[in-house]
Design a protein around this ligand. Structure first.
Ligand code: PHE
Length: 363
């Protein structure tokens, strides 16, 4: 280059300044390009600074393009391409700076570390779940496993197999929701359907608790709802007797309501058990003296139970001469209401956080 230049100077002294300028220009373009490449904008202001510096009316790109005037004609094309490319580079860089600074607002790039942290508001278990878990865990300690079944059930599993044939008057005990698409389907009225489904599996012995939601066409009020929860129990083996039923439920009651609570069985009727009984506990609110909760009787009804009817065993292909068993079913909402002092069953399903958050930490 040096030789070339000194040769030039000798032969065409007037051309040299232009060629030197060209070389300078190329160097400048190269270094500005580098500068732009490294340019980082963390906020909108920095993007705008870039625009003014490189693409503004008095910016670098314009200035360099202005230099084209001084370039000799035969070099114009070659240099024109380079300058144009430089301009495009600047514009592209500007666009990408704009895009990335939009994606990342200033606060993300410069978080204010002095701000207080977000409050963690841990949820809590629903009181129905708390009570269900309590009931289930007591039976688990006696060796009962847990099973669940469908809430939309066919007539056979909800009624027929439970010794409640069509037109049986006992069906009226449970006002039923039918499923419009299929007259054979109901929203299960109790968790006893799971008894049938488990017995059908043909694996004996059975020792199960079966929690779940059930539905009845009842007027909604503070005391009753069209859906609620039950925990069903079933024990089938050889030589299971009513004494086993009583002993199991005694254990449950003592664990649930304390050692001093008294128990009584009242004869009752369920088509799927024989004999059948309802079990009351002495009122754990007033200790049996009589209060509003026990309607001044001193007793609170907590479950229905009995020995599984031989017809039910037969419906599930279990030999009633070899096997016997007991079953029971209890509600979940009422004991939960008594334990937590809840006076309206509708609160359970209103999803009001002011209600629900009161159970944080409850077990
Ligand atoms: N299924 C009965 C009800 O919902 C309760 C029950 C279950 C009674 C098991 C006896 C045996 O009322």
């Amino acid at each position: 280059m040096h030789d070339f230049r000194s040769g030039l100077q000798r032969r065409w002294p007037a051309l040299l300044p232009y060629l030197c300028r060209m070389e300078q220009l190329l160097q400048q373009i190269e270094s500005y390009r580098k500068e732009m490449e490294d340019y980082q904008a963390t906020d909108q202001a920095a993007v705008e600074n870039f625009r003014i510096k490189y693409l503004g009316t008095k910016g670098i790109v314009k200035t360099i393009m202005g230099e084209m005037r001084n370039v000799p004609a035969d070099k114009k094309k070659e240099l024109g391409l380079i300058v144009n490319d430089f301009k495009l580079f600047a514009e592209n860089k500007y666009e990408s700076l704009k895009a990335t600074s939009n994606e990342q607002p200033t606060s993300i790039n410069h978080p204010d570390l002095s701000l207080p942290g977000d409050l963690l508001t841990p949820g809590s278990r629903h009181p129905v779940t708390l009570m269900k878990n309590r009931i289930v865990s007591i039976f688990r300690r006696l060796g009962f496993a847990v099973a669940e079944g469908p809430e939309i059930e066919d007539d056979w599993h909800n009624f027929g197999a439970l010794n409640l044939p069509e037109h049986h008057p006992a069906r009226d005990m449970q006002d039923t929701f039918y499923v419009q698409q299929n007259p054979d389907w109901v929203l299960r009225t109790h968790t006893s359907n799971v008894q049938i489904r488990e017995m059908e599996k043909g694996k004996l012995p059975i020792r199960l608790v079966m929690p779940g939601r059930v539905y009845r066409n009842e007027t909604i009020s503070a005391r009753s709802h069209c859906f609620f929860h039950q925990v069903e129990g079933l024990y089938i083996d050889e030589n299971v007797s009513f004494a086993d039923l009583k002993q199991t439920l005694y254990f449950f009651v003592k664990e649930m309501y304390g050692k001093d609570v008294k128990v009584r069985f009242r004869p009752s009727y369920f088509p799927f058990t024989e004999p059948s009984a309802e079990m009351d506990v002495s009122c754990f609110i007033c200790g049996g003296v009589g209060c509003n909760i026990c309607k001044k009787t001193g007793w609170v009804e907590i479950l229905g139970c009995g020995m599984v009817h031989p017809n039910v065993l037969e419906n599930c292909n279990i030999d009633p001469n070899k096997y016997t068993g007991f079953a029971f079913g209890m509600g979940v909402e009422r004991p939960a209401m008594l334990k937590y002092g809840i006076n309206d069953i509708r609160l359970f399903s209103e999803n009001d956080v002011r209600f629900l958050k009161q159970f944080t930490g409850a077990i």
